[in-house]
Design a protein. Structure first.
Length: 368
């Protein structure tokens, strides 16, 4: 049996989780047998997984427990291939394989700039541990799949890995829903022609820069009171953001709603989409925004945004954590918001069928 195990921390909303679920659903139609593996309870993305796909929950609440659970899982489930997310989880899986009787092929999914993730730990010893482990273990993986050319280059620069071991496969994101699911949401901000609506969609965590976006929006709104900001997402920073909205009395102009299945209709019918991340690899939500004709403002973080948007009209790349540039971009684009953006030519690389055909080819190579 050609079992492929796809490992995610949980079924919470996130780019890695969504990408792995799409892969599992697609593999169900092939000669491979997908199995989803996770260890943290909760998450509404579980409903997006084909109900016939087997799901295994590991009993782990620490990295040490995860190590032993991986060994047990490899020996009991006997997968041909294991696909892990990046960095510490990948390192633990690679160590576990050394001590396991059954030794599956291991693919690492690389989604972010290596240096940025290391520095985000904000702890010298944690950063050093991650760097040293990755430098030793990553070359022992069977293949690394990078979501962008920039992510591949960051790994080649930071780790001693052969170029041929890292393959760039853009996440397969775009499908029929990006043409069909565009009906205007039943929300007053989408009806009024006087409003310039900004949307931002993503996890409410520090690296996504949503709090900083709200701060910049408040100042931009003083110049242009037609602006509104709709945030779709959940996360640890929600309480902090809501406190800011209350403190500055801007609840009437900024709304936060939980993640929802029809988020693309909100994104595509807004006037401006903003990605304010500190680091990314190739953010799925930015690709989805690019598939519409909405104007885009994005931080020029490593590495995906510039790879996707450079030279595209009605798109602005700004410096990371530069509030003045963000305010200026909002004010500038809000003046031309009704001008439709030209279609981005290279988006076919993000089509699910094209992406998965490359992924299938890789799987077949690894077991041949």
């Amino acid at each position: 049996m050609k079992k492929v195990s796809l490992i995610i921390p949980s079924f919470e909303v996130g780019g890695t989780e969504s990408s792995f679920i799409r892969k599992a659903n697609y593999l169900k139609r092939t000669e491979f047998v997908p199995e989803m593996v996770y260890w943290t309870e909760g998450g509404e993305l579980r409903k997006n997984l084909d109900s016939s796909i087997n799901v295994v929950k590991l009993n782990a609440s620490s990295l040490r427990q995860l190590f032993f659970q991986f060994i047990n899982y490899f020996n009991k489930s006997v997968p041909k291939i294991v696909h892990t997310p990046t960095f510490m989880v990948a390192n633990i899986a690679l160590i576990a394989r050394i001590f396991s009787f059954h030794k599956p092929k291991i693919i690492i999914g690389a989604r972010s700039d290596f240096d940025s993730v290391c520095k985000a730990s904000n702890n010298f010893f944690d950063e050093l541990k991650l760097r040293k482990l990755s430098q030793f273990l990553y070359p022992k993986s069977d293949r690394i799949v990078a979501v962008s050319k920039g992510v591949k280059n960051s790994l080649l620069t930071s780790l001693d890995i052969e170029d041929s071991k890292i393959q760039v496969i853009y996440n397969g994101i775009l499908s029929e829903k990006h043409r069909d699911n565009c009906e205007k949401p039943d929300h007053p901000w989408f009806i009024s022609k006087e409003i310039c609506l900004i949307s931002s969609i993503g996890r409410l965590s520090p690296e996504k820069g949503i709090y900083e976006l709200v701060c910049a929006f408040r100042k931009a709104h003083k110049v242009n009171n037609s602006l509104r900001l709709l945030i779709i997402g959940e996360g640890d920073e929600e309480k902090k953001i809501r406190k800011y909205l209350n403190d500055y009395s801007i609840n009437d102009f900024v709304e936060i709603i939980s993640f929802r299945d029809d988020y693309y209709s909100y994104l595509s019918n807004a006037d401006i989409f903003v990605l304010n991340s500190y680091y990314e690899g190739m953010p799925s939500i930015l690709v989805e925004a690019a598939s519409s004709d909405v104007a885009i403002i994005s931080t020029n973080c490593k590495h995906g945004p510039s790879e996707l948007l450079n030279g595209v009209d009605h798109c602005r790349l700004i410096e990371v954590n530069n509030e003045n540039q963000l305010i200026d971009a909002i004010n500038e684009i809000s003046r031309i918001r009704k001008t439709k953006r030209k279609k981005i030519e290279h988006l076919q690389e993000f089509n699910i069928e094209e992406s998965m055909s490359k992924y299938l080819k890789l799987l077949k190579e690894l077991i041949s």
